[in-house]
Structures are given as C-alpha cells and as structure tokens.
Design a protein around this ligand. Structure first.
Ligand SMILES: [Zn+2]
Ligand SMILES: [Zn+2]
Length: 361
C-alpha cells in the first residue's frame, strides 16, 4: 500500500491510530485526521451500515465545491461540505474513496455532530398557532433552548418555596400586612440600620398572584438551563447574590423611601444577564399586541432592559426598576467572567455559540 500523506502538510506521512473506536490516520504534524469509508457521515447519522457512496447531502450540509486539498488515498481533489445543514463548519470529503479529512480544531465539532444536529433541529423549530395562542392568552414567552441534562432541583425548590411562602401570608389580610411590615425591604428602615435581613427576605415575597406567576414562569424557563450549566450549588449562590445586589441597587437609588419593596424579579433579572451571555443560540417568542416572533435572547433581554431603563427614568411607579437593572448588571458581569469556564464545562453550549451554528428565527 502506498504511504498516505497529509493533504495540508504534503510531505508528512499519515500514521494509523484509533479515534473513538474507529481506525483512522493521523498527521502528527498538524493533528488532522483522515476518516475512511464514510465514518464521519455515519457518526452524524448514527447508522451502522450505511452503504458506500450514500449521498453526502443526506447528512452533511451543502456542498461548497472543490477543495484546495487532495485526497490522501487517490490524490484527486477533495470536495468541501458544511458539516451540517445548520452548522457551517467546513470539512473536506473524497466522493471517490468515501473518506473525510477533519482538521484538528474541527474534531470536537465532528465528535459532537450527532448531538448538535438534534439540538439545532429543536432550536430551529418554527412558531406555530399553539405558541401564538399560549402567548396571546398568558402574555408569557415560549423558550427555545436545549433540554437540561440534570433535573433542576434548585429551580423547582425556589419555585415551591416562593409559592408556599406566598400562600401562607396572602390569604389573610392580617398576615399580609405583618409580613410586609417585617420582611419587605423598606429603604428608610435600612438607612436607620433596622430590619437588615429584609434585603434578602424581600426576594422571597410577592405582592399579587400575577406578580408571583410572572416571576415563577421566568424562573422556570430560564433557571433550568442555567442550573444545568452552573451546577446546583453555584446556581443557588448566584441567584441569592443577584437578589442581594438588586435590593442594594433599589436602596441606593432612593435610600429614604418608605415604600416597601418585594419580589424575586431582581434575582431573576440577574439570571437574564447570565442567560444572555451564555445562551446566544436560545430564542424567546415576543408578542407586541398581535404580532408574534422568535427573538434571540440578546434581543429579547435587550428590549426588556430598554423598557426597564425607560421605566426607571419616568419616575415612581409600582415596579422596582432599579432592582431589575441592578440584578441584571450583576448577571451580565458574572456571565462575562464565567463564560469561558461554562463553555469548557459544557462543550455543546460552547459549540452552539460559535458562529457556525445557524439559528432560524
Ligand atoms: Zn498535517
Ligand atoms: Zn480519494
């Protein structure tokens, strides 16, 4: 058998090696791999005995024409393909010998291609009459994101805790005013050094059923993915940190106010900030009167922030905009600091955030 040579490094000979139980040839110089017999196509499709010469377009993306590289087996020019229809990382294929050349930095993508394909199918689902009706009736968005691997116990626990606390005081007018008096955050009292615990306790209180439902819905759709990416403990700590910073922001803006402040919104706004940094591929549906559209997380929370800044500037209202903005800014900072770590610990999230991923909205 003639020696195979690296299509990149030309005079470097390829050596046989193992890659995920497959016999492949590696270039020790550039780290590229030559997969024979349609293996790459098979990895994507997870089919066991795909016939040689199966149409590449079935599993790969578009053909991009002739490559500059030559086939290590037959020396004919390779052909460039998008790895997947919706993942535009390029690979080189020889239709003649059914082999694929994978550069070193593409290996992680190829190894995860089957999973990426499944996720992209879900992420790219179109809005339909059901999503329209849901949002029209509830005014709440539908989220398009990958399914978490771990059960989000902390998210569920926080939702249960908030609901139980609310149920305990809301039904009795006496209890309601007692709780508001002692556990809502009133900046004027904090200024006097009184009821310092209220900066945290107020995060677990809500003023009305709609207030509770709206916050818990967002905690449910956003929290599960963040908890999955961060792990349970870190998620809980960061949630509480965002809640505290939100209370602090609310206090700083009007330290003498005697209006009590309650709600998980500030802590949840912190989650929005992290979500926006790590889940660029995610979409949320947005509704304006009767117009309904999928938006990227960046646009969705960008619009949300604009509404909050506008609210904060237009003077006093029932909504604590400064707490939202404070929590959100901390979330963005945490999101920025932990970004690389999150992508390393969750390769799929990292890969979906590369520009190769084509998200349809
Ligand atoms: Zn090479
Ligand atoms: Zn060939």
């Amino acid at each position: 058998m003639p020696t195979k040579r690296c299509p990149h490094c030309k005079d470097v000979a390829l050596e046989p090696t193992q890659y995920q139980q497959e016999e492949v040839d590696i270039c020790r110089h550039c780290g590229g791999l030559w997969f024979e017999k349609n293996e790459v196509n098979r990895m994507i499709a997870e089919i066991n005995d795909s016939p040689i010469g199966e149409k590449y377009e079935t599993h790969f993306g578009k053909s991009l024409g002739v490559s500059e590289l030559d086939c290590p087996d037959c020396n004919k020019s390779l052909e460039r393909f998008h790895l997947l229809e919706d993942y535009h990382c390029e690979i080189d294929v020889c239709r003649h010998c059914d082999g694929s050349w994978i550069d070193k930095d593409e290996l992680e993508v190829v190894a995860n291609s089957h999973e990426l394909k499944e996720h992209l199918t879900e992420l790219n689902e179109k809005v339909n009459w059901k999503t329209y009706l849901f949002q029209f009736l509830t005014q709440m968005p539908i989220e398009y994101n990958i399914q978490p691997q771990k059960t989000p116990w902390v998210t569920y626990g926080l939702i249960a805790l908030n609901t139980i606390i609310f149920a305990l005081y809301f039904l009795s007018a006496n209890n309601f005013s007692f709780v508001l008096e002692h556990f809502a955050m009133t900046p004027a009292k904090i200024s006097q050094g009184e009821q310092l615990w209220s900066v945290l306790s107020c995060v677990f209180l809500h003023g009305s059923v709609m207030h509770l439902l709206g916050n818990m819905y967002f905690l449910y759709i956003i929290g599960d993915n963040l908890e999955d990416a961060l792990g349970h403990k870190r998620f809980l700590l960061l949630y509480l940190a965002c809640g505290l910073v939100a209370s602090f922001a609310s206090f700083i803006v009007s330290p003498l106010s005697d209006i009590p402040s309650v709600g998980a919104s500030g802590a949840i706004a912190g989650l929005f900030g992290m979500y926006l940094m790590w889940f660029r591929h995610a979409s949320l549906t947005f509704m304006f009167i009767v117009y309904h559209k999928k938006l990227s997380a960046v646009w969705f929370f960008g619009i949300w922030l604009a509404i909050n800044i506008f609210g904060a500037l237009s003077g006093p209202s029932g909504i604590d905009y400064s707490a939202h903005i404070g929590g959100f800014i901390l979330g963005l900072i945490i999101g920025f600091i932990l970004k690389e770590q999150i992508y390393t610990q969750n390769p799929i999230i990292g890969l979906l955030n590369k520009p190769f991923a084509k998200i349809k909205r």
